[in-house]
Design a protein around this ligand. Structure first.
Ligand SMILES: *Cc1c(COP(=O)(O)O)cnc(C)c1O
Length: 369
């Protein structure tokens, strides 16, 4: 029998979450962002649930090829654009739209030989200071692109650094929206500004933010971009990935007994614990300390002691009937309608749902649920 750990991907939940994005931005088109191998879900596994998107966005050219290989004939967008001039050949061959965020990418386009002109996304750095043209340089870049026979459509885009900020935070989205509006108000072309947080929080009520295309990623995968301010329940999102395993051992502890490396947990009184076949080599976060939520047979309990490479220990006090073979849900959907949002596990480990789902290890088998 293989080791009992597995990840399960819920296509119906992906489709549900995509429909939530659409509901928030009813008159906009939706890019399903599938970078990082569909946020760790596997592009091929996620695709059936996301097929009703208007397009797929990612960074890797190899991932774009995989989406085409699945038979997708609609738009595909490379969010970081080309990394070198010859990447444009693949863009021409597979009809990929690509972001232009730097002068050198315009130089490459100007010398590219293609029969079909390209659709590009011209990116403004409106304050995040990662990629993009400054508001002052934006118009010149737009004019240069407009003059190229290699280009037939320019969408204006920017990326928001603080769309998930708590309402009390000093920086929200206003300064970036103003910079974008001021520099683009008289330029032709579609617009795209919203990631998941902006789609959920602003797209429904603010036309100028919604634009023509929204770019949700994390919300499609059942994690709330502004947790703990909002949970997936608040946003009506569903978990799309379940990481589950089984108990492979149990121990009866007496008061004073310790658990695991470093003896970081000491039992205050007699208690039973279970040992789950899941550790940091499976992608479970090592920083998740005692008290991280976990489900056993669908009952919520907590981890105790340090996460080791292949195992974690869980408190069986609320599940006295648990035995070797009992199901442990590390995140996602458990038995009998139970669920454990990935965001709660991430918070206990001092990280975010994005990182946990992207980090599920190669050795964990992934199955369609
Ligand atoms: C990753 C990414 C997104 C999606 O972000 P989420 O927070 O996952 O919704 C949108 N736009 C760009 C440019 C990105 O790189």
């Amino acid at each position: 029998m293989p080791r009992p750990i597995e990840a399960r991907i819920h296509a119906d939940a992906l489709a549900h979450n995509l429909s939530c994005a659409r509901r928030r931005a009813p008159d906009a088109k939706v890019w399903a962002v599938v970078k990082a191998n569909a946020y760790g879900h596997g592009i091929e596994r996620a695709y059936p649930g996301l097929q009703s998107a208007d397009g797929f966005a990612m960074l890797d050219l190899a991932e774009a090829e995989r989406v085409r290989a699945l038979g997708w004939r609609g738009p595909i967008l490379l969010l970081e654009g080309c990394f070198e001039a010859r990447d444009l050949e693949l863009c021409s061959r597979l009809n990929l739209w690509h972001v232009v965020h730097h002068e050198s990418q315009i130089d490459w386009l100007a010398t590219h030989k293609t029969t079909w002109p390209h659709h590009v996304y011209l990116k403004m750095n409106s304050g995040m200071n990662r990629l993009g043209f400054s508001p002052q340089a934006f118009r010149h870049a737009w004019q240069r692109l407009s003059g190229l026979t290699q280009v037939d459509a320019i969408t204006l885009m920017t990326h928001l650094s603080d769309a998930d900020a708590s309402p009390a935070a000093a920086r929200g989205v206003a300064h970036q929206i103003e910079a974008f509006e001021a520099a683009t108000h008289d330029l032709a072309g579609e617009r795209s500004l919203c990631n998941s947080a902006a789609t959920l929080r602003y797209a429904a009520s603010r036309r100028e933010l919604r634009g023509d295309w929204v770019r949700p990623g994390i919300m499609l995968y059942g994690s709330s971009p502004d947790f703990p301010h909002h949970s997936i329940g608040d946003w009506d999102l569903q978990p799309t990935m379940t990481l589950r395993s089984r108990l492979i051992g149990t121990q009866q502890l007496q008061a004073g007994d310790t658990v695991g490396y470093g003896s970081s947990f000491t039992a205050e009184h007699a208690m039973r614990i279970g040992i789950v076949a899941c550790g940091y080599a499976d992608g479970y976060p090592r920083h998740a300390g005692t008290g991280t939520p976990v489900l056993v047979n669908g009952v919520r309990t907590r981890t105790v002691g340090r996460v080791s490479m292949d195992m974690i220990a869980v408190d069986l006090t609320p599940v006295p009937e648990a035995q070797v073979g009992s199901e442990a849900t590390l995140w996602g959907l458990g038995p009998n309608g139970s669920r454990l949002p990935i965001d709660e596990v991430a918070q206990a480990a001092g990280t975010i749902g994005y990182e946990l789902m992207c980090a599920v290890a190669q050795r964990v088998p992934v199955h369609a649920a």
